[in-house]
Write a protein that binds this ligand. Structure first.
Ligand code: AMP
Length: 303
């Protein structure tokens, strides 16, 4: 089953303790699409400026991402500049230039409105709603957001949250959105805002999933070399929703498996800057790492 995603396609400039890159391919829509493309067909809705090179479009096409919903507009592509300290779990945004996203009017090309799996990646919540309103009968709608929108567009974001099944955000954003320091209490108050499932991304500490009746924890794969966490969240979402869309099974057991696929995908992204590692990735490596994560958490019960 194919996925519809709306998100940013960007030029990122990133500094980590291990290196620095300028104006490399990034964006929430880009990371998500590339990751999900390992599992199923992806239809991307986004906008790029006149400065966006054909080479990047070619890469996404080579991953079988349908770009019919990517508009090319006069002006510059979205740009994000961020820095990470030794605590790679938190990005410090240095600059955000919306550029062509300021006037973007998303319109779904024919066929996109039939997609049953929808991911509203990190982007202006007003654009998220505009896209969702054009989809006919989704089986699952998930969304992401960040501090930039929690602070700047809270009302629109709350409206989006009333319409989604699953929210995926990081730990700091959970506390900020709920106005509550305790993660469990914060999760409960976010579930009351609309989503039935909340997935909390905790960087190197893994992922926690909350529903009304259950909590699930998955570790992050322990890596010896982490270069750049940018895009880990979107790559996680790509693996998570990609697997669910490919299997069309929303049982608790399958959702847990999807969470682990998400973590596995994210573990590859952070091994290099931009999408460099994902560009080299092969399916058997994903399966092998999935098996290793399973072993990592296996233990016996008590009598
Ligand atoms: P993450 O997966 O959370 O690390 O997301 C990183 C990606 O989000 C980067 O490639 C950025 O281009 C993109 N990004 C950063 N800020 C924004 C924003 N305000 N709106 C949309 N995308 C953004």
């Amino acid at each position: 089953m194919s996925i519809l995603v709306v998100g940013s396609v960007a030029f990122d400039s990133v500094e980590t303790p291990f290196g620095k890159v300028d104006e490399v391919l990034g964006g929430s829509g880009t990371y998500f699409s590339t990751s999900a493309s390992f599992f199923t067909e992806v239809n991307l809705v986004a906008v790029v400026g006149e400065d966006f090179p054909e080479e990047h479009m070619q890469f996404l096409r080579s991953r079988n991402v349908n770009l019919a919903g990517v508009q090319s507009a006069p002006g510059k592509t979205f740009r994000w500049k961020g820095r990470y300290g030794y605590d790679l779990n938190e990005a410090h945004t240095l600059d955000t230039q919306l550029n062509v996203f300021e006037t973007f009017m998303p319109e779904l090309p024919a066929g996109f409105e039939e997609c049953e799996y929808v991911f509203l990646a990190n982007i202006d919540p007003e654009l998220q709603i505009k896209v969702l309103n054009q989809v006919r009968k989704p089986a699952m709608v998930a969304c992401d957001t960040m501090n930039f929108w929690i602070e700047g567009k809270r009302e629109a974001l709350l409206k989006t949250l009333r319409l989604v099944d699953t929210l995926l955000i990081n730990e700091g954003e959970v506390r900020q959105l709920a106005g509550e320091a305790n993660l469990v209490k914060a999760a409960r108050s976010i579930l009351a805002m609309g989503p039935k499932t909340l997935v909390v991304k905790r960087g190197e500490y893994g992922v926690l999933m909350f529903t009304e009746h259950s909590t699930f924890a998955a570790p992050a794969y322990p890596l010896e070399s982490v270069y750049d966490p940018t895009g880990a969240g979107d790559t996680f979402a790509g693996g998570f929703i990609g697997y669910l869309a490919a299997t069309r099974n929303h049982s608790e057991a399958n959702i847990r498996k999807a969470i682990v696929f998400g973590s596995v995908m994210a573990s590859f992204t952070v091994e290099d800057f931009s999408l460099n590692r994902l560009k080299q990735l092969e399916l058997p490596e994903i399966e092998e790492r999935f098996r290793k994560v399973k072993l990592l958490t296996e233990f016996e019960g008590i009598a």
